[in-house]
Design a protein around this ligand. Structure first.
Ligand code: AMX
Length: 451
């Protein structure tokens, strides 16, 4: 067993024993109460999932294994001293729980390079789709079609014991992460560069190789990609992508199935689609206002018009966060450090001044502050990746790091199939107002009686 896998096994099997002990000794202890409001607003704030890779604090933002983004920028290994941390280092941290050495990160790069071969039939599946298929449609279909390679599925069919499920899951997870850059770059070159594909360079790091296969070889873009891949990698377990992968994985579907399903969730406008939607929205605003340099007043009026139309302002608000997203701040600092002047970045900064007071006035919006997506598109656009319908695919490549590290944990912990209980709306009415009149044809069912 190679040493990173062995280190994971040693660390995770201790946690697995603790998981099983808690289950055995404390299953009947009450840990939380839930309100009807939480049920009716998307299960917000109910502690329902075990996720060890990262934790989101509403005021402070994300911590990966306890480390904030600025702490990671200081501690994680880099390619060169003035550059950005390597996503390989963050994956190691999320998987094993310790800050890796430069050598550990570099060994992960090499390991992924040896696993990066994408079978031809996956490219054939992509090529069979019309060119106007959305990049996220092609990306999730390609991941699904790669399930032919699942080591877990073969091990399961061969009758491997439950206690070893983590082993073949680990292999799938490493293979899948290793192949995502090639898939993403293939879709990018297919849609936007006349199918002129670029072979991987196994000597490059994971993010650098993705940039290379997309056709970008400058150190500036490699630095941007390393930063982008680190800050988008995980956002605890309840977001749509992470929760979907966990849910589908809990049925013992193989990691390719679980991640393809998660990518269908990431493609939604309230989630990862915002990564591309922000730039689309800015262009739509410039076109409507008939100017590339709108004033604060014009932006304010446009935002009010959008809200009056019952539409959302993408890149603003969050289901958990209540402050400016530290991932937004990390990107803003990146821009301040490396980019002198850019018209779209100027507008993004202008929106940061103008939008929060307007959203605050609406009242019902819990968080008027920007999230990660408010900035990311402007950086990609600045460096020449102007095809914004592709941006969510980059988000998907990055998010695999956290979500698939979690899936490997799920398998070593032996987390069971997820199966919450549902009730008709009338049942909920009864819980809060028992005197309410029940419709004649309504027969309540006992909770948890049927699978
Ligand atoms: N623009 C307009 N309306 C907004 C809004 C925004 N940016 N943010 C929230 N609202 C509205 C909601 O649509 C909801 O309206 P409703 O009661 O009429 O249905 C109301 O305000 C209350 O919403 P909330 O409790 O503050 O947020 P939520 O948990 O329901 O939704 C989120 C969170 C992110 C989906 C929402 O803020 C939003 O739609 N933001 C814009 C899209 C976006 O940027 N998504 C990316 C999030 C980060 C990510 O996953 N990548």
């Amino acid at each position: 067993m190679e040493y990173i896998k062995y280190r994971f096994f040693k660390k995770a099997s201790k946690c697995s024993k603790e998981y099983q002990r808690l289950k055995k000794e404390h299953s009947n202890d009450v840990i939380a109460e839930i309100t009807l409001g939480q049920v009716l607003t998307g299960m917000k704030g109910i502690p329902l999932l075990v996720t060890d890779t990262s934790k989101l604090d509403p005021e402070e933002g994300i911590r990966f294994k306890g480390y904030t983004i600025p702490e990671l920028q200081e501690k994680l290994p880099r390619m060169n001293p003035e550059g950005e941390p390597l996503p390989e280092g963050l994956f190691y941290l999320m998987l094993i729980g310790d800050i890796p050495s430069r050598e550990d990160a570099s060994n992960l790069s090499k390991d992924w390079a040896t696993r990066a071969h994408v079978p031809q039939h996956v490219f054939d599946v992509i090529d069979a789709m019309p060119k106007n298929s959305k990049p996220m449609t092609q990306f999730s279909a390609a991941i699904l079609s790669m399930a032919t390679e699942s080591v877990f599925q073969k091990a399961y069919r061969a009758g491997v014991s439950k206690q070893f499920f983590w082993d073949s899951t680990y292999e799938d997870v490493m293979n899948l992460i290793a192949r995502l850059p090639h898939l993403a770059a293939y879709i990018y070159r297919r849609n936007f560069h006349n199918d002129e594909h670029i072979e991987p360079n196994p000597k490059l790091d994971w993010a650098g190789n993705l940039a290379h296969m997309m056709g970008f070889d400058s150190e500036d873009i490699r630095r941007l990609f390393r930063m982008y891949m680190v800050i988008h990698a995980d956002h605890e377990g309840g977001n749509v992508t992470a929760h979907t992968a966990h849910l589908v994985g809990s049925a013992l579907s193989n990691p390719y199935y679980a991640y393809a399903a998660a990518m269908a969730g990431l493609a939604g406008p309230l989630h990862g689609f915002a990564n591309q939607d922000v730039i689309h929205w800015i262009f739509e605003m410039m076109e409507t206002l008939d100017t590339e340099t709108p004033t604060d007043k014009q932006i304010e009026e446009y935002c009010k018009y959008i809200l009056d139309e019952g539409r959302i302002i993408p890149g603003y608000g969050h289901a958990v966060l209540m402050k400016t997203d530290p991932r937004f701040t990390a990107q803003q600092e990146f821009a301040e450090k490396y980019i002198k002047e850019d018209p779209i970045i100027n507008i993004v900064n202008q929106l940061y001044r103008v939008v929060p007071p307007i959203l605050s006035e609406v009242g019902k919006i819990k968080n008027p502050w920007p999230n990660v997506d408010a900035y990311s598109g402007s950086l990609l656009y600045h460096y020449g990746i102007k095809e914004y319908s592709f941006y969510t695919v980059l988000f998907g490549v990055s998010r695999a790091l956290g979500v698939l590290a979690s899936l490997t944990n799920d398998r070593i912990y032996g987390i069971p199939i997820e199966r919450p209980t549902s009730h008709p709306l009338e049942w909920f009415k009864q819980q809060v107002d028992p005197d309410i009149e029940i419709p004649q044809d309504f027969e309540p069912r006992q909770s948890g009686r049927f699978l």
